[in-house]
Ligand binder design. Structure first.
Ligand code: ADP
Length: 301
C-alpha cells in the first residue's frame, strides 16, 4: 500500500513511529504537511495539490491533526474522503471529538458514564450552576484548554464562584464538573483500535496536584483494566465514530467515567508505558480495513 500521513511535523515521535511501522510492514509512506495542501472544491473531480503538483494516489490516509489546525485539517481530510480514499479516522468523527460539549452530549445520549458536567457561557445565576453539578469541590475547565492548562480545582463554592466570574470576564466557554476525588489524581488512557483496547496506562499526578497530564509532571505506568472499563472505552470510541483514539477514564465510585476522547492520541507515552508496538498495530488495522470507497461518510456531513 501507499500511505499518506497528514502531519505538520515529520520529527514528532508518533509520526516517525508510524512511518517506521509502515515501512517495516512493506508499505510506502509520504508525510504530507496538512497546511500546505490546497484544493479546488468546486470541481467535479476532487483532487488535492501540494508543492505545485497534484498529489499522487494513496490507498489510505492517517490523519494526525493537531487541535490548532482542526478546521483546515478536517477540510483536507474531507477532500480525501470525497476522492474515495480510505481515512483511518473520518473528518466528521474528528470534528465531533474536538468539540467538548458536542462529545459529552453524544456520549450522554449513549448512556456512557460521565462526571456530572455543566456547560455555561454567561450564566446569570452562578450559585445555581454550582448546585446543578453537586456543589464544591468542583472542577472548572476552559473549553479551549489542552494538556491540563485551564483546568482548575475549586475546593469551596466561594472559590468556584470567583473562578467562574473570572472566566466569564474573559468571555470564555466553560465546563463545570463534579470533582472525582476518589480517582486520587489518576486517570486511565485506553488506546482503542477498531473495537479493541490494545493498551492501557494509568497516569498519576505528582503529589499535591490533581491533574495527571504528563505535561504537568504526571507519570505513566501499565495498568490492567476491568471489563467494565474496557466496555466503556470501546463504547465511547464507537459513539464518536473513531477507529483509532485514546479514551481517558476516571475511576469513580459509580464506575468508570469518560473525561475525553482524543482522535490523535500520542504514541510515545503509551508505547513507553506498555512496551507495545502500537504504531505496528495501527498499520495492521489499516491493512485489514483500507480499500477504495471504504469510508462510511465519503466526505458527507
Ligand atoms: P486536558 O484536556 O487539558 O488534558 P482534562 O479535562 O483531561 O484536560 O483534565 C486534566 C487532568 O485533570 C485529567 O487528566 C485528570 O487527571 C484531572 N481531572 C480533570 N477533570 C477531573 C474531574 N472531574 N475529577 C477529577 N480529576 C479531574
Amino acid at each position: 500500500m501507499h500511505l499518506a500521513i497528514l502531519s505538520r511535523n515529520a520529527n514528532l515521535y508518533s509520526t516517525r513511529r508510524l512511518v517506521a511501522a509502515a515501512e517495516q510492514q512493506g508499505h510506502t509512506v509520504r508525510i504530507v504537511d496538512t497546511l500546505r495542501c490546497y484544493m479546488n472544491v468546486t470541481t467535479s473531480k476532487p483532487s488535492i495539490h501540494y508543492r505545485g503538483e497534484e498529489l499522487e494516489e494513496f490507498d489510505a490516509v492517517i490523519p494526525r491533526i493537531g487541535a490548532s489546525v482542526t478546521f483546515y485539517g478536517t477540510a483536507v481530510l474531507r477532500q480525501f474522503e470525497m476522492m474515495g480514499v480510505y481515512t483511518l479516522n473520518e473528518s466528521v468523527a474528528i470534528t465531533r471529538s474536538r468539540d467538548k460539549l458536542r462529545s459529552l452530549q453524544l456520549l450522554s445520549r449513549k448512556g456512557i458514564g460521565l462526571p456530572i458536567t455543566g456547560f455555561a457561557h454567561s450564566p446569570d445565576d452562578i450559585p445555581d450552576l454550582i448546585r446543578m453539578v453537586g456543589g464544591a469541590p468542583l472542577v472548572i475547565k476552559l473549553l479551549e484548554g489542552t494538556q491540563g492548562i485551564g483546568v482548575v480545582l475549586a475546593e469551596t463554592e466561594k472559590a468556584a464562584e470567583s473562578v467562574i466570574q473570572a472566566f466569564m470576564g474573559l468571555k470564555a466557554n466553560i465546563m463545570v464538573q463534579q470533582y472525582i476525588q476518589e480517582a486520587g489524581g489518576a486517570d486511565i488512557r485506553c488506546f482503542v483500535i477498531g473495537d479493541k483496547i490494545v493498551a492501557a496506562m494509568k497516569r498519576q499526578a505528582e503529589p499535591g496536584e490533581f491533574r495527571s497530564n504528563l505535561h504537568r509532571g504526571g507519570s505513566a505506568e501499565l495498568i490492567k483494566i476491568t471489563p467494565q472499563e474496557r466496555a466503556t472505552a470501546t463504547r465511547a470510541a464507537k459513539a464518536m465514530g473513531l477507529n483509532v483514539c485514546g479514551v481517558d477514564l476516571l475511576r469513580s465510585n459509580n464506575g468508570p467515567v469518560v473525561m475525553e476522547v482524543n482522535s490523535s492520541p500520542g504514541l510515545e507515552g503509551i508505547e513507553a508505558a506498555t512496551g507495545k508496538d502500537i504504531a505496528g498495530l495501527i498499520i495492521e488495522y489499516i491493512t485489514r480495513h483500507a480499500g477504495p470507497n471504504k469510508n462510511r461518510t465519503r466526505g458527507r456531513g
